[in-house]
Design a protein around this ligand. Structure first.
Ligand code: NAI
Ligand code: MG
Length: 357
């Protein structure tokens, strides 16, 4: 029997609530499946840790995480700690050194969920967004001079490397090839950003030659927002830079019904370092402690983690359980217009996993 060691980092706000729910569901699934088990170890890193220690995670944090098979991450962000501190201090502090360069965000409309787009149902919207997750606009290069003076200057420099672009575009083509429609859209902005984005386009052209069976096209990011809302059915796999995909994937999550449902995987595809799985939403201070956070995004990302660990059948089993639960409007949390709670949704998914409903 395989045993997987998972590092749980619930983080802040509703991150704690949804990760607790996710662990319960994954343990129940493992018990039911019988072929594998989990050993979770929880790390209390995040904003509370920061207020005590002045850092979001200890200096040997990465060394601690390295031996794990995967990381199950909640969210970071607190009202009284600046967002760049929390994000760079924990989430990016893990993603970047662990070279989790492929951020994968599936989006589809689950049963029982209503898209805000009129007349758009499950068959019209089934995407995977691949986000470059290691460089580009979020490489952290830049600085500020003359701080606070009238002559102040601030600069954020976007860095794109040929190997960095090649690996993400190749990853996206491979993923597109593995999906039934074999369809890839490469998002760009090479009309206005005439250096790095032009290289991005050229590399897409080059890599495309390796995948003659994949149909692909190129789309400017601004026009892409229109296509996603007006013609969602024309899209399947999508690849975009760090910044572009960050924005487009929030739009995608909203179009699929709620931010609370959307999952993501930060993959180090070579497996040199552990990969990290998280819901895409943040710590949601407005609903923290109310017991109404939607745990579905965390369950779905748990299924992505199972897939990554090679437990394909268990991943599919978990998604079937999640879909049985979303199909029942009585089990919708307030973000989906319902009155259910994290507890009830979690119990229902566990029951479905155990075949009790
Ligand atoms: P958010 O994702 O926390 O919340 C946006 C809205 O969606 C809120 O109204 C919230 O109640 C709702 N929402 C989010 N997840 C939900 C769920 N599971 N169930 C029900 N409703 C849900 O984004 P916001 O408010 O912009 O940021 C709050 C904090 O989270 C900030 O400090 C931000 O930096 C951080 N953040 C962290 C992320 C991460 O750790 N990956 C991602 C996004 C934001
Ligand atoms: Mg985002």
């Amino acid at each position: 029997m395989s045993q997987y060691r998972i590092a749980a980092i619930p983080g802040d706000g509703i991150g704690k609530e949804v990760i607790a729910a996710g662990i319960e569901v994954l343990d129940a699934l493992a018990a039911r499946n019988g072929g594998f088990s989990f050993e979770f170890e929880s790390f209390d890193w995040g904003s509370d840790y920061y207020k005590k220690h002045g850092v979001m995670m200890p200096s040997d944090g990465l060394e601690k995480l390295k031996p794990f098979d995967a990381i199950y991450f909640g969210a970071v962000g607190a009202p009284d700690v600046p967002d760049h501190v929390t994000l760079w201090g924990l989430r990016l502090a893990i993603c970047q050194p662990f070279d989790q360069y492929a951020n994968v965000r599936p989006t589809r409309i689950l049963p029982g969920i209503q898209s805000p787009l009129r007349d758009v149902g499950a068959k019209d919207l089934d995407w995977v967004i691949v986000r470059e997750n290691s460089e580009g606009e979020y490489s952290g290069v830049g600085g500020r001079v003359h701080k606070g003076l009238p002559i102040e200057v601030a600069q954020d420099v976007s860095i794109m490397t040929r190997p960095g672009v090649e690996r993400i575009i190749r990853f996206a083509f491979k993923l597109a090839q593995s999906r039934p429609r074999k369809l890839l859209t490469v998002v760009t902005k090479s009309n206005a950003q005439r250096h790095a984005m032009v290289m991005w386009d050229e590399i897409a052209e080059e890599i495309a030659a390796e995948f003659p069976d994949v149909t692909w096209d190129k789309m400017l990011v601004d026009a892409m927002t229109m296509r996603m809302t007006m013609k969602p059915g024309t899209l399947d796999t999508i690849v975009a830079t760090n910044l572009h995909a960050d924005i487009l994937s929030d739009l995608a999550a909203a179009l699929a019904g709620s931010l609370g449902i959307a999952p993501t995987a930060n993959l180090n595809p070579e497996g040199t370092y552990p990969s990290m799985f998280e819901p895409i939403h943040g710590s949601a201070f407005d609903i923290t402690g109310k017991g109404i956070a939607n745990p579905v995004g965390t369950f779905w990302t748990g299924a992505m983690m199972l897939d990554h660990l090679g437990e394909r059948e268990a991943a599919a089993q978990l998604m079937r359980a999640v879909e049985m639960v979303t199909a029942d409007p009585a089990l919708h949390t307030p973000d989906l217009g319902g009155t259910s709670t994290t507890r009830r949704v979690t119990d229902a998914v566990i029951a479905a996993v155990q075949g009790r409903n």
